[in-house]
Write a protein that binds this ligand. Structure first.
Ligand code: GUN
Length: 311
């Protein structure tokens, strides 16, 4: 029997419907909506798409959004200047600097920028103060994709407590924080990465398998325990027909999409895994919409916390 599809779009819509009235109530009580400042440096096409989707969803739920665009040639000081202005702004409760920053800014630029964001406005949960709070299991603005994964598991009836969760990928944005969130929910957690020995057999011991490594179709059926829950965080734009053919056979609708458009968006999990897993998230339409829903949620929480503190 093919795996149940965990529909992120529906769950994200439910979350947005819960956030909207609270945003309206905040706006009535404070004479302004919660505000989110988004900083986009350069013109990376994937970042353009992510930011466009974030702005659209925020607008639909009544958040104020301000997009600050900086050219590819910007220096670190330019980005820090914008972050400083948003930190001081009364009207902005959340700040998001889209990652990645241009490589020309240097390898440590991203960390310097995230460190400069006021932790109370850090709706990405990337500031070291928030990372520390997350490690300790204290109330925190946690990263949006990991939060979305937990919401998706909870709202589709997946038990986390006592289960073995395997996370493939150790990034600061997804792998590490989702491992911590799963641990706080009493899963037994294993984190794997590119140097893990016999990755497939470790993955195959998972009741919940979270894959966030950025390699199209990397996780195939032998990585997956029959009946397990597979969360695919990958968003890979594939432009090479041989790779698409490895994922989708001749006659498949996605191959036809590729032939029409010249590219196709695929996850880190091979579609054949659907024949083994008990439940699986699609790409697109799985984790992606939840990341955005949780950004709105975090911005509302940041606004409510700032209002309580008389900010
Ligand atoms: N780039 C990819 N995912 C994210 C995210 O969650 N936040 C930010 N700021 N940039 C990203």
């Amino acid at each position: 029997m093919p795996a149940r599809v965990l529909d992120g779009t529906t769950v994200a819509r439910d979350i947005k419907n819960e956030v909207r009235p609270r945003i309206e109530a905040f706006a009535r009580a404070n004479d302004r909506p919660p505000g989110l400042g988004i900083v986009l440096v350069g013109d990376d096409p994937a970042s353009e798409t992510y930011v466009r989707n974030k702005l659209k969803s925020a607008g639909e739920t009544g958040l104020r959004t301000d997009l600050v665009r900086l050219p590819e040639t910007s220096g670190l000081e330019d980005v820090l200047g914008v972050v400083g202005r948003l930190n001081r702004s009364e009207d902005h409760d959340g700040i998001l600097v889209q990652s990645p920053l241009p490589a020309s800014m240097g390898p440590s630029a991203e960390q310097a920028v995230f460190d400069a964001i006021d932790p109370a406005k850090d709706v990405d949960g990337f500031h070291p103060a928030n990372v520390g709070r997350l490690v300790q299991g204290r109330p925190v603005l946690a990263p949006c994709t990991p939060l979305g994964i937990i919401e998706l598991l909870d709202r589709t009836g997946t038990v986390i407590e006592g289960r073995h969760a395997v996370v493939i990928g150790r990034s600061d944005i997804v792998g590490k924080p989702v491992a911590l969130l799963l641990l706080h929910r009493h899963a037994t957690v294993t984190v794997c990465h590119s140097r893990t020995a016999d990755l497939a057999s470790v993955a195959r011991s998972a009741d919940i398998l979270v894959v966030a490594i950025g390699r199209a179709g990397f996780v195939t059926a032998p990585f997956v325990k029959p009946g397990s829950v597979v969360i695919d965080v990958g968003m890979n734009r594939v432009e090479d027909r041989a790779t698409v053919l490895r994922l989708f056979p001749e006659g498949h609708g996605r191959l036809a999409d590729f032939d029409r458009r010249g590219s196709v968006l695929v996850g880190d999990v091979h579609p054949g895994v659907a024949d083994v897993a008990g439940a699986i998230t699609p790409v697109p339409g799985g984790v992606g919409p939840l990341t955005i829903a949780m950004l709105l949620w975090n911005t509302l929480r940041a606004a409510e916390a700032r209002a309580r503190q008389g900010a």
